[in-house]
Write a protein that binds this ligand. Structure first.
Ligand code: GLA
Ligand code: GLA
Length: 737
């Protein structure tokens, strides 16, 4: 069966994690759940995520009768099930009898039973037990009309202690790591060369000399660390594939897993190829950042929040999730009110629930789902937000917010289904590049690739321009602009791909700290792999102490920014990295103002073939990144799809902007018939029918927008034109007329 044929839900889902397994002795609660779900306009429940101990109470003895009753009851009431495999948490009988199922840490210590997400993905016993329960679930429910998809495990690798490695260091994993390396390199000689093992006497003469790297063993050799990260992601994926195979034995339902955005340990681009569709769990920091604007300072010393900051980080994660398969995804988990695991846990302010849910839809989600439907009475998540709390049933603010949104989603669903965002701009975010650049022992440490990338996403968000996120293996031919900041690693074929992209008219933007190492983290020799396309000669990279300031002087007429230190030209501050480069064929657009490299290139542009390539030698402040992207987007002919302008005086203050501060736009267009959902090649349709513009106000105050043409409100049919007001936290969905 073709992957896209399995793309799940042909319905727009509103629902979430539901744990009836915790309430089996309370039948009246289970009845009430159904009544409340209907009242909340819920049509989906994700079930059985942590229910292994209830599903297989004794080894090999399955008890799925209760589950059958739950699924049937839901189905009879018009509520679909996404059925989970239960490997997210192991039953006690298993860890007691087979300790090998638990993960071994990097000091060689095996975990003791506790928490969740802590299994060894190589353990043969675990795989056998997983296969047993998964096949049984598939046999019983795999073709049940109420079951629409499989939720494989839960947040694979989402171990609370995990930072950059979630790997298991048991003998099975070590053996599998060696197998992985044999398949990658073939011979020890090739491996020794790739890893440059002559350094510190590391030449391997036997495969058994290779151990999983970690704190207690090798942790300085970049080549082995990078390959180990690849292995950890691949080995967990191998387990996930085995889970998929087990449920597919009797079931034709599509499989997904709940992913976590830019989760460093797992290379989700590779994962997405094995899943029929993808989903994300999203818990943004709403109401965590104080607004810096004078009008948001309240009498008495309180300050309104600036939710544009968490919103752009969230938009990045949604764009990434959508781009994994270039098709709609599901928002598998979000909280209807608050979480319980941040240092502070504000409840969502009125309006934020609708806005934050519609933000996911705006960026390509075909669902709004929650963790969790009903709060447990005990254990670690008893005080986490839920649709139904411990008291007052439907008579709460949170429940009413959810029900109101459910109604809105029912109106929007027919228009949203069959559409997706089709950006013409893309940002390179590559897991292997991230692993290598974050491990580089140079410049600034820790490097923080993710945070730096999210800064590059900010201008797209601020300008209301959708942007895909791609990796070096993605097809880039359909984009007009590709930004690849901190592209430290160039995988085989990448330079050629970019060269062709620019040759054919693409606009390419890259930065300092690019083109340094190959796929094995070995440095390139002689010249930058894209020296011809960029037209430059990078020589040194300086990271000055913060007290040694430097600035970027943009030579052309740029946007007016305040003069600094009495200088006359538009100036931007240099942040951490300052590349010292020579311009060969490239035109110098900006130079440094200070230090021994004053007047040398800080930004260059090189015409190549039909396109051009920008190189930001200086790592500029956010205003610099914005100015650079404003220019590159204009070269590429990409702009905010909403035809609008700002009222004065904001229009003069922010000449690049069509939208007020804190407002963004995302556009979903018809997925062309004939083209599969996973296909981005269908160029933007000339027929605007079916196009939806989501105009989102993340300000805690109303804003005004001046429309340059008329649109129709997709929910109530009213015509919107000229000046319109977006209320605090409002999301307006507009259609082209
Ligand atoms: C020490 C070591 C050298 C080298 C340098 C790097 O001095 O002896 O081998 O690692 O540090 O600064
Ligand atoms: C994750 C998990 C859920 C729950 C939520 C709480 O997303 O998948 O099981 O723990 O966090 O926010």
């Amino acid at each position: 069966m073709k992957q896209t044929e399995r793309f799940a839900p042909h319905i727009f889902l509103h629902g979430g994690d539901y744990n009836p397994d915790q309430w089996l002795d309370r039948p009246e609660i289970l009845e009430e759940d159904i009544r409340l779900m209907k009242e909340a306009h819920v049509n989906e429940a994700s079930i059985g995520i942590f229910a292994w101990a209830k599903e297989e109470p004794k080894e090999g003895k399955y008890d799925l009768e209760w589950l059958a009753q739950v699924i049937n009851r839901l189905y009879k009431n018009g509520i679909y099930t996404i059925l989970a495999t239960p490997t997210g948490a192991l039953p006690h009988w298993m860890t007691e009898k087979y300790p090998e199922v638990l993960k071994v840490d990097e000091h060689g210590i095996r975990r003791i039973h506790g928490q969740r997400h802590n299994f060894c993905p190589s353990s043969p016993v675990l795989r056998k037990k997983m296969q047993g329960i998964n096949e049984e679930l598939s046999r019983r429910f795999g073709r049940h009309p109420g079951v629409i998809a499989w939720h494989l495990s839960n947040e694979y690798g989402g171990d609370n202690d995990a930072k950059t490695t979630i790997g298991c260091h048991c003998p099975y994993c070590e053996e599998n790591f060696r197998k992985f390396l044999k398949a990658r390199y073939g011979t020890l000689d090739a491996l020794n060369k790739a890893w440059w093992t002559g350094f510190w006497s590391n030449i391997f003469t036997d495969w058994n000399q290779i151990h999983c790297p970690g704190e207690g063993s090798e942790h300085t050799m970049h080549g082995i660390k990078l390959d180990y990260k690849r292995f950890v992601s691949a080995q967990m994926l191998d387990f996930c594939k085995a889970e998929a195979e087990a449920v597919r034995k009797y079931s034709d339902r599509p499989v997904c897993s709940n992913l976590m955005g830019a989760f460093e340990p797992l290379d989700y681009f590779k994962w997405a190829r094995e899943l029929d569709f993808v989903s994300i769990d999203s818990y943004p920091d709403w109401h965590h950042v104080a607004s810096a604007r004078p009008e948001d300072q309240l009498p008495g010393g309180s300050v309104l929040p600036c939710d544009a900051e968490p919103a752009r980080i969230t938009a990045f994660n949604y764009a990434l999730t959508r781009s994994l398969k270039k098709q709609p995804f599901l928002l598998m988990e979000s909280t209807p009110s608050m979480v319980n695991w941040k240092s502070r846990n504000p409840v969502k302010r009125p309006g934020m629930h609708e806005l934050s849910s519609l933000q996911a839809v705006a960026n390509g989600s075909d669902s709004v789902q929650y963790f969790q439907w009903r709060k447990s009475l005990g254990s670690s998540e008893k005080l986490h937000g839920a649709v139904v709390g411990h008291m007052y049933g439907a008579d709460t603010r949170v429940f009413r917010d959810v029900a109101r949104l459910g109604e809105r989603l029912e109106t929007l669903a027919p228009k949203v289904l069959g559409t997706v965002n089709k950006p013409k701009a893309a940002l390179l975010f590559d897991w292997e590049n991230m692993w290598a650049v974050n491990d580089a022992q140079a410049v600034v440490q820790p490097f923080g690739y993710q945070e730096r990338m999210k800064d590059w996403f900010k201008p797209f968000f601020d300008m209301g321009i959708d942007c895909d996120i791609v990796d070096m293996d993605s097809d880039i031919s359909d984009y007009r602009l590709l930004a690849a900041p901190y592209n430290y690693m160039y995988k085989p074929g990448w330079a050629e791909k970019v060269r062709e992209f620019v040759q054919k008219g693409g606009i390419f933007v890259t930065t300092v700290w690019s083109g340094i190492v190959n796929e094995s983290d070995r440095c390139f020799e002689e010249r930058h792999p894209l020296a011809d396309v960029l037209g430059i000669r990078p020589e040194e990279t300086d990271t000055r102490p913060p007290f040694m300031k430097n600035w970027i002087r943009w030579r052309e007429e740029g946007e007016e920014i305040p003069e600094r230190a009495g200088r006359k030209h538009p100036l931007y501050e240099v942040r951490d990295l300052a590349g010292i480069v020579g311009a060969e064929s490239a035109e110098v657009l900006a130079t440094y103002t200070d230090d021994f490299y004053a007047d040398s290139p800080a930004l260059t542009m090189n015409r190549f073939g039909e396109g051009c390539a920008y190189y930001a030698a200086a790592e500029g402040d956010t205003a610099f990144v914005k100015a650079l992207l404003v220019r590159a987007l204009s070269d590429a002919g990409i702009e905010c799809p909403l035809e609008a302008r700002l009222p004065e005086p904001e229009a003069s203050e922010r000449p690049w902007a069509k939208l007020p501060h804190g407002v963004t736009v995302s556009m979903r267009e018809k997925i062309e018939s004939g083209a599969s959902t996973g296909d981005n090649s269908g160029a933007r349709s000339d027929d605007p029918a079916g196009t939806l513009l989501f105009v989102q106000n993340f300000n805690a105050r109303p804003v005004e927008i001046l429309l340059k043409k008329a649109y129709r409100n997709a929910e109530n049919g009213q015509i919107c034109q000229d000046g319109i007001t977006l209320e605090k936290y409002q999301c307006l969905v507009l259609e082209e007329l």
